[in-house]
Design a protein around this ligand. Structure first.
Ligand code: C5P
Ligand code: MG
Length: 189
């Protein structure tokens, strides 16, 4: 069983690469951001709660996000493995994830972190904002806040898994295929 955390700042290419990796390795792709956007699109209570944080570029409270992730994983008992895109984003989420996996007798295989500089991230997010319909991709201040939140609350997750010898940094600059090859090489290694 292969369970990958695809890690990196907003705009680093997690969604694009997770989709490709899920197909190649037959994994269930879980994007917590996409799950929130689905709930927001349907105006559910969860969506309305999440929206107040997402529109500002802040993180949704851990208990909400962890519950949603666990629910989604539980819907796939047949899974060959998971690729988590956008989760965990805090140390609390990492600890909860370890517990969820331990209870299922499963383990994280690797955390792969896409390394992209801030200038390129802002450029990509503004470009995506032209068509994504995402309010958080349009305003440069919100984009900047998302990147700050990443450095303050999410970056420590890399070290958390590095201590378990699971973290690896992947150069996230290049063509989609080049980056995909780097990720596949890291998974095979
Ligand atoms: O992963 P993605 O960039 O699509 O997430 C969009 C937004 O959803 C984040 O900026 C954040 O507000 C929220 N989110 C969160 N916690 C997560 C994943 C996403 O708060 N684990
Ligand atoms: Mg994404």
């Amino acid at each position: 069983m292969t369970n990958i955390i695809l890690f990196g700042p907003p705009g680093s290419g997690k969604g694009t690469q997770a989709t490709k990796l899920a197909e190649k390795y037959n994994l269930i792709h879980i994007s917590t951001g996409d799950l929130f956007r689905y709930e927001m699109g349907n105006d559910t209570p969860l969506g309305l709660e999440a929206k107040s944080f997402i529109d500002k570029g802040e993180l949704v409270p851990d208990s909400v996000t962890i519950g949603m992730l666990e629910n989604k994983m539980n819907k796939h008992p047949e899974a060959n493995g998971f690729i988590l895109d956008g989760f965990p984003r805090t140390i609390k989420q990492s600890e909860a994830l370890d517990e969820i996996f331990a209870n299922k007798n499963m383990a994280i295989s690797a955390l792969l972190s896409l390394d992209v500089n801030k200038e390129e991230l802002v450029k990509r997010l503004l470009e995506r904002g032209k068509t994504s319909g995402r309010a958080d991709d349009v305003d440069p201040e919100i984009i900047s806040n998302r990147i700050s939140v990443y450095h303050e609350q999410t970056a420590p997750v890399y070290n958390y898994y590095d201590k378990k010898d699971l973290s690896k940094t992947i150069d996230g600059i290049g063509s989609i295929e080049e980056i995909f090859d780097r990720l596949c090489n890291a998974i095979s290694a």
